[in-house]
Design a protein. Sequence first.
Length: 85
Amino acid sequence: MNEDHTEDSLMIVRTLGDTPEATAAELFHVDATGVDFKVTVGDDERAVRVPFSRPLTERGDIRQELTRMSAEAAAALSGPARTED
């Protein structure tokens, strides 16, 4: 996610993580209920948690949920949504 989807991470943090002023975002933790990003805002770094839409029970659900988050964030920004890759 960090190497291939930096724009998606930033878009998710800006919209779903309620941090529109973020200039960089790096995913650093995933668990059953959400993801944590290390976010740069100005000269500061902070953690931003973005909850999943539901608790996940299968490892394979993570990719689907991140794809859903990306699509939701893109829609919020009126940009093109990513599908799968």
